[in-house]
Design a protein around this ligand. Sequence first.
Ligand SMILES: [Zn+2]
Length: 171
Amino acid sequence: MNREERVKLYALRKEKAKELWHAGIPDLPLANEELILLEEKFRTWSDSFQLNLLEKGFLYVLEKYEILITSTENSQCEHNGQIRTGLDYQNCCGISYEYTNDLSCRTAIEIILRNTAGNKIEKYKERIDSLDKRFKAIPKNDKWIVNQASIEKYEKNGYWWFYGLPLTVKE
Ligand SMILES: [Zn+2]
């Protein structure tokens, strides 16, 4: 794909995401005002994240979170049916910037939780709580994994998942 084609593709994806925001998140019945607010909050997120959320639904984000937890618990990741362990894992998902990037799915869950009327998200609460419990049980160091500017933005109580890098993930 040349540069021109890529630019065209990106524009198409942006247009598609914009369109899909009107239709809403498939497995989350939201009021119009909630959708407008969420679209605004996720505007700076990647198009591919937005498209996945809007096409596959909130469950997609929950699944991403679960995959990250399982992968971190077992120190292994899987891509296209290929399992990576040991050094292969360390150089793939077991590296701090990858891990931090993947962890943005927990931020997405929080954004949706905080901007959605409680009763709509109720049926997912139990699953989120049990995933959080597993996530918290993973041994971690006692450092923030995001930079100073983000720390100020993400106060410890609100965005606790950014506090502590799992001991199996390298810095
Ligand atoms: Zn990986």
